[in-house]
Design a protein around this ligand. Sequence first.
Ligand code: PNS
Length: 166
Amino acid sequence: MANEVAAVYPGSFDPVTNGHLDVLRRASKLFAKVIIVASVEGRKKLDFSLEDRLDFLRRAVISFDNVEIDSFDGLLVDYARKNGASVIIRGLREVSDFEYEYQMAVMNRRLAPEIETVFLSTGSEYYYVSSSLIKEVAALGGDISGLVPECVVSALHKSKGEVPRQ
Ligand code: PNS
């Protein structure tokens, strides 16, 4: 039964956006528990510390009652196994997301055949919202309200002027 299944929703969340929260909201309706897990390391250099990224997540998910927050290092499937999650959630915005996501899903399946990756599409209003674009727009003084949680808007306004690393 899907409603007895625990899922992990991994990402860098550097920082969390309303697009991520849209995916989380959809996942939280489908699964008994969703653990949103921030990676300690990212594929790219991360702009926010792990502590900040977790703090934004904590504040942003306060209204979800079946969502937990954690961080992970090493292989995602090892984290999922240790924490009793049999599903990995990933959000898909547009076609260009697919290649990387498919590679990860197939690699994760090879590493842990019992764990399924489930792709959820974001609401169309978020298809252009990515953490890196948000940081760039904020650094250049653009309006990011409504695209990220309020705590992230404040943090990005404080660091305004610092164009993020790519
Ligand atoms: O938000 P991101 O940067 O797209 O998230 C990518 C992330 C952290 C989910 C991915 O890089 C990951 O799972 N890293 C953990 C290392 C791992 O398990 N690698 C093998 C799977 S391809």
